[in-house]
Design a protein around this ligand. Structure first.
Ligand code: NAD
Ligand code: UGA
Length: 474
């Protein structure tokens, strides 16, 4: 016990983070920026990703996030390092974050619902096999409630009498605002064991965050509350989007305006005005995955009503994407075959190059099934990624993708001679385009389907566009 106390009371001087993705990279960059006295090493199996994190040209970092390049420039080489030498980082660190991906399972029991924990387990086994000293292991990835138990089991049964403290420290950053969210979070959540050693491990992590976050915003709980709070937060956030999206359909048929409804309800302080933006549907790597995981967990405890309640958030989101595509087809006289349709925006939201589960993928796929000729322009997403997203969907052959999809580098070329434009990401620059020029070069009638409600409908109608905007009647 005394031995344990000493180890976990120790001030952390070296941190390792396994997983240099959208969470591991930015989170560790900010931790290093704010703790110049701690050495932070981010490791990953993916050599290309690490090479990009180490790229001299900061525009080549693997992740686009406003403000990230500046943080990396400040800390990299000083106390922030990116490496593929996972074992070395494990041996050196007193505290190890696990920040690997936890996607929805695509095989076996729980397929399509449960989180796939194989990458987490691999990390736990590698830590157990490599470590030569006691460690604090921190779950940064989003995990099903009670995963810490499994990690502890693996670690303690596969190492040589070493002691491990497992903490849950879920990440709440949103992409596109990751750096701001990390520098000024609403709260940091740390869950740990209620034993003295658990509390000491919690305190070691609190110290790291406390170097820039006030103590009252660092919340400490038991492990299971922390793990479950992360899934709950994402479920509540996604639920708000599905709730306003459900209302958007009702607005369209009744003459109500969803933006006005959102403002009216958002002024009620009990409801609040955030996350009430109707859209073509939420995307991103986490909302769907985490809710499916929650549904699976509820079902596995026999809580079918709870499971059904949350599943409806996903059902509504799928419906929103589907009805947006169907509306385009219906409006274009029930046929889009051979028609040029321009997709503006491929990322799942603005200010990120992440496209995972983006609504654009599903809307485009539905239009390609009707043989439309799709031309995509996104300011930050590269061609290979767009093609990769459609290949991953496994609905279209490579020949079909070649035939029906073109990726454009310029928005005006993308819109030239188009029958319709679909706005699928809310990039700010779309608002500033010369819409008169775009209109002049389109087929007539010139249709625009604004899946993000970013354009001024009256102005667009004055130019001559036929405008369909989510949550507004035509
Ligand atoms: P990501 O796919 O961008 O990054 C994960 C990285 O882990 C990849 O680069 C992969 O190569 C690496 N990896 C996987 N197994 C490994 C192993 N055994 N050893 C070394 N490296 C390994 O994923 P992400 O978006 O950063 O998400 C990571 C976790 O954080 C997920 O659980 C996710 O739910 C959660 N999360 C994500 C966000 C977000 O905005 N993306 C926000 C909060 C929480
Ligand atoms: C979300 C949460 O906001 C983060 O707190 C969480 O850490 C993260 O998931 C995660 O666990 O991965 P993120 O998916 O990056 O962050 O971005 P959000 O801003 O939440 O947007 C998600 C999707 O919902 C986007 O497609 C966005 O366009 C859509 N959305 C969001 C709306 O359609 N309307 C809104 O009002 C808000």
């Amino acid at each position: 016990m005394v031995f344990l106390h000493k180890i976990f009371q120790m001030k952390v001087t070296k941190i390792a983070c396994i997983g240099a993705g959208y969470v591991g990279g930015p989170t560790m960059a900010v931790i290093a920026q704010k703790n110049p006295g701690i050495q932070v090493t981010v490791v990953d199996l993916n050599e290309q990703r690490i090479a990009n994190w180490n790229h001299e040209d900061l525009s080549k970092l693997p992740i686009y996030e406003p403000g990230l390049a500046e943080v990396v420039a400040e800390a990299r080489g000083r106390n922030l390092f990116f490496s593929t030498d996972i074992n070395k980082a494990i041996v050196e660190a007193e505290l190890i974050f696990i920040s690997v991906n936890t996607p929805t399972k695509t095989y076996g029991k729980g397929k399509g619902m449960a989180a796939d924990l194989k990458y987490i387990e691999l990390c736990a086994r590698q830590i157990a096999e490599t470590a030569t000293t006691n460690k604090i292991v921190v779950e940064k990835s989003t995990l099903p409630v009670r995963t810490a138990e499994a990690i502890k089991n693996i670690l303690e049964n596969n190492s040589n009498n070493l002691q491990f403290q497992i903490l849950s420290n879920p990440e709440f950053l949103a992409e596109g605002t990751a750096v701001a969210d990390l520098q000024n979070p609403d709260r940091v959540l740390i869950g740990g064991e209620t034993t003295p050693e658990g509390q000491e491990a919690i305190e070691a992590l609190v110290q790291i965050y406390n170097s820039w976050i006030p103590r009252e915003r660092i919340l400490t709980t038991n492990l299971w509350s922390s793990e479950l709070s992360k899934l709950t937060a994402n479920a509540f956030l996604a639920q708000r989007v599905s709730s306003i999206n459900a209302m958007s359909e009702l607005c369209e048929v009744t003459g109500a305006n969803v933006q006005e409804v959102a403002s009216a309800i958002g002024m009620d302080s009990r409801i609040g005005n955030k996350f009430l933006k109707a859209s073509v549907g939420f995307g991103g790597s986490c909302f769907q995955k985490d809710i499916l995981n929650l549904v699976y967990i509820a079902k596995s405890y026999g809580l079918n009503e709870v499971a059904d309640y949350w599943e409806q958030v996903i059902i509504l989101n799928d419906h929103q994407k589907k009805r947006f595509a169907e509306n385009i087809i219906k409006t274009l006289y029930n046929t889009v075959s051979g028609k040029k349709i321009t997709v503006l925006g491929w990322a799942f939201k603005k200010d990120t190059n992440d496209t995972r589960e983006s609504a654009a993928i599903y809307v485009t796929s539905a239009l390609m099934e009707e043989n439309a000729s799709i031309h995509v322009f996104d300011p930050k997403v590269e061609k290979h990624q767009i093609i990769g997203d459609l290949e991953y969907l496994n609905v279209h052959t490579s020949e079909e993708i070649n035939q029906f999809l073109s990726i454009e580098n310029d928005p005006y070329t993308a819109c030239k001679n188009a029958h319709a434009i679909a706005i699928l990401t809310e990039w700010d620059e779309f608002k500033t385009y010369d819409w008169q020029k775009i209109y002049d070069n389109m087929m007539k009638p010139a249709f625009i389907f604004d899946g993000r409600d970013i354009l001024d409908v009256n102005k667009m109608r004055e130019i001559g566009f036929v405008v369909y905007s989510i949550g507004k009647s035509v």
